[in-house]
Design a protein around this ligand. Structure first.
Ligand SMILES: Nc1nc2c(ncn2[C@@H]2O[C@@H]3COP(=O)(O)O[C@H]4[C@@H](O)[C@H](n5cnc6c(=O)[nH]c(N)nc65)O[C@@H]4COP(=O)(O)O[C@H]3[C@H]2O)c(=O)[nH]1
Length: 721
């Protein structure tokens, strides 16, 4: 493709003829010819350089003259239009090659609309403006840019954009058919530039509506992510937004984004995965982890979190109170009316408590029938006292559930921060200690924490640890106090009484540690120890001397009392009829089928059942009807001073008469004087127990007493203590 040469080299013949006719003219002509040849040489070199230069360009380049004829084109141009390259020649009009190319079907976009396509193409060729794309039959895409040159010609650039178009196509395919809602928005303005079908379906906006919106228009008013201005994204993977659908419904979406240039605009592609359900489930789980399922109140975990938050303020200058609440005798409602009613009562109590508090206070259910209140921003500790008083009043008002009218009391312990404690544990502990005191002081009351409660509690804790250790080590002792037949003075049996010889504190009386054992549940293993020990000792006693063992309510609740007793009998070989089990009224207060069934089963085994402390409870008499007791033990409060006190005499006489008429053995406890004994004998009481005969003593002494008793030919009973 030589450049259109302006100068031609004259033939040698012309040169010879001219030279010989006019020598001066010939010389000038020769010079001119040499000059021209040099110029041609230069032009050829320039063309070669230009060609070399345009051939190394990655783009196709073509130069046309002002008539649109080919002047020069590079290798890439020829390759791009390989199907028409046979037509390219200097001086040929590009327009003509286009016409032939269209006729050959080399421009797929022109097929079926040849003239129209040609018209448009020629218009762009002769009046160049911007860029346009062209598709070739071999499936390539070419970006065309044409410009006018200063001499009226045209320079055309061709860029092969096939790969980019393929990428775009894949993107389109992925975008359009993606099941995940997707849209592209302009980074600068937030304006939505493209949207896929999944997004239009999911959000409910039409494509046109979508394309008229910005990213900010999709936001739900609840969206709190104020840090992210419209169109600017935080880039953590999968962060969430709350969006609004066309029907107003809120959805939570996890956003996946990447930057791209979309139709020449800096944009961002967003994939929005709907996680509303997942989020709801997560929220439900989080709620459940922080709330009580029955009442919907915050649970202990959330209460502590609220407290922690409040404590940071307390440490500065605020005062707050923690109130620990415990319903009085809730268990008996559960036991008598059943758990469903108990549960409903708890819900009603929770509602009343919630209704009685300010927005800023928190009430939580800590478990069972325990609630707690965090009262914030109080001016005076007395504010907590008046709140407690109000809560007691509100909770104590009657309830009606399923036609059952009931009332329930509540006791409250109060701790005030920061004076009673600056951290969560200390404040809760202090309020708990105060609650303990409120309960002990008669329930239905509130009590403030006092520092000395802490010391008392520490002592109690120490005692609990020591008692547990003594039980585990088997160092608790069992002493025996004789039960004397009043008529004959014979030893009928012994009551087993536990003794704790503390390594540092010496003998601790049962009255000081049995209640603690009851509260902590230690009375269950303690009871097993005493029972087994008593059966073993008694098995070695002569004749059919009986042994009486005290049982606590908790041992019945433990559920395996029958097995414990029968195991102790089997292990020690003691005959069941030689064992007496002493229970108090509190055991029967349980009103549980289980208690009665266990008592009947034990009695069927041959074991005797005694009612201890008779007369001290509210309804000792009525309990005589609920179970066939073998023995009644008259409480020592009626026996002491019996010789002189006529009221006690009347009561004791009535009990003895009752027992005799029912065929029940009567034992009088706490017989301290001969006058007491004399009265009991005169009324026909069967047995006596008390210091007049003997105090509780170790097994060796008790056995010795037995031996002595057997050797004696029935003397009247005298003091042995
Ligand atoms: N003032 C006076 N007191 C007398 C007289 N005769 C006996 N006593 C005391 O009266 C208590 C009788 O036992 P309880 O009524 O079953 O009362 C017992 C019983 O309820 C409980 N207890 C003792 N040992 C056990 C046990 O192994 N298990 C259980 N669950 N409770 C026990 O501790 C309570 C107190 O036991 P103790 O201190 O051993 O006190 C014993 C005994 O020492 C007397 O003439 N005058």
């Amino acid at each position: 493709m030589p450049m259109n040469a302006e100068f031609q080299s004259p033939s040698d013949d012309n040169r010879t003829a001219s030279h010989s006719a006019h020598p001066g003219y010939d010389a000038a002509l020769l010079d001119a010819r040499l000059e021209a040849e040099a110029a041609i040489q230069q032009a050829k070199q320039a063309e070669a350089r230009l060609r070399a230069a345009i051939d190394i360009l990655p783009q196709g380049v073509v130069f046309l003259d002002s008539d649109g004829r080919y002047v020069l084109w590079n290798k890439q141009y020829g390759e791009m239009y390989a199907g028409s390259s046979d037509l390219f020649a200097e001086g040929v009009k590009l327009e003509d090659t286009l016409r032939i190319g269209v006729a050959r079907g080399q421009y797929p976009e022109a097929i079926g609309r040849e003239e129209e396509w040609l018209k448009d193409r020629l218009d762009r060729l002769y009046n160049p403006r911007g860029r346009h794309e062209q598709k070739t039959t071999d499936g390539r895409w070419i970006l065309i840019e044409e410009r006018r040159t200063s001499d009226g010609g045209i320079i055309g650039l061709r860029v092969d954009i096939t790969e980019m178009k393929q990428r775009e196509e894949s993107f389109r395919l992925l975008f359009d058919n993606n099941p995940v809602p997707m849209y592209v928005h302009a980074l600068e303005t937030g304006r939505i530039l493209a949207v896929n079908d999944a997004a239009t379906q999911h959000y409910g906006y039409s494509r046109d509506e979508f394309l008229a919106m910005t990213l900010a228009d999709l936001r739900h008013p609840d969206e709190t992510d104020a840090e992210t201005p419209p169109g600017k994204l935080k880039r953590e993977v999968g962060f969430t937004w709350r969006h609004r659908k066309a029907d107003g419904e809120a959805i939570d979406v996890a956003v996946y984004s990447s930057l791209l240039t979309y139709e020449g605009v800096q944009a961002e592609l967003i994939g929005a995965v709907d996680i509303t359900e997942r989020k709801r489930a997560e929220e439900r789980i989080a709620f459940m982890a922080h709330h009580d399922a029955l009442t919907g109140l915050p649970n202990r975990v959330l209460f502590r979190e609220e407290m922690e938050e409040c404590l940071t303020r307390i440490r500065r200058d605020e005062t707050a109170a923690v109130l620990c609440l415990d319903l009085d005798d809730f268990k008996s409602i559960n036991d008598t009316l059943g758990h469903p009613i108990g549960d409903r009562l708890l819900v009603l109590v929770a509602q009343r408590l919630k209704g009685a508090l300010r927005e800023t206070d928190t009430v939580a259910r800590l478990g069972g029938d325990e609630f707690a209140v965090l009262q914030t921003g109080i001016d005076d500790p007395e504010d907590a006292g008046s709140l407690a008083g109000r809560l007691i009043e509100i909770v104590s008002a009657p309830y009606e559930i399923d036609g059952h009218l009931m009332t329930i009391g509540v006791s409250i312990g109060i701790a005030v921060g920061p004076s009673d404690g600056e951290d969560c544990d200390r404040l809760l502990k202090a309020a708990d200690m105060a609650l303990y005191r409120a309960k002990a002081e008669g329930r239905g009351a509130y009590c403030f924490f006092e520092a000395e409660m802490d010391a008392r509690l520490q002592a109690r804790r120490r005692m609990e640890l020591d008692l547990r250790a003594a039980i585990n080590a088997g160092t608790l002792e069992v002493h025996y106090q004789p039960l004397i037949e009043i008529g004959s003075g014979d030893v009928a049996g012994f009551e087993a009484l536990v003794r704790w010889n503390h390594p540092e504190r010496g003998n601790i009386p049962p009255i000081d540690f049995i209640p603690l054992a009851e509260e902590t549940g230690l009375v269950v293993p303690l009871g097993v120890h005493v029972l087994t020990r008593a059966c073993r000792d008694a098995a070695a006693w002569p004749g059919d001397t009986k042994v009486a063992v005290n049982l606590s309510t908790l041992q019945f609740r433990s559920g395996n009392l029958f097995e414990v007793v029968s195991d102790a009998l089997n292990e020690t070989g003691l005959e069941p009829k030689r064992l007496e089990l002493e229970i108090t009224e509190s055991v029967l207060l349980e009103k549980s089928e289980n208690v009665l069934a266990t008592l009947h089963a034990l009695r069927a085994l041959g074991v005797r059942i005694s009612m201890d402390d008779f007369g001290t409870g509210y309804s000792s008499l009525s309990y005589l009807r609920s179970f066939p007791f073998d023995k009644i033990k008259i409480d020592r409060s009626f026996v002491q001073g019996l010789g002189t006190n006529s009221d006690s005499q009347a009561i004791v006489r009535a009990i003895i008469t009752l027992g005799r008429s029912l065929g029940i053995t009567i034992t009088a406890e706490g017989v301290e004087t001969a006058a007491d004994l004399e009265y009991l004998r005169s009324e026909g009481c069967h047995q006596g127990q008390g210091w007049l005969f003997a105090k509780a003593q170790p097994n060796e002494a008790a056995s010795e007493l037995l031996r002595e008793n057997r050797r004696r030919p029935k003397p009247p009973a005298k003091s042995a203590a």
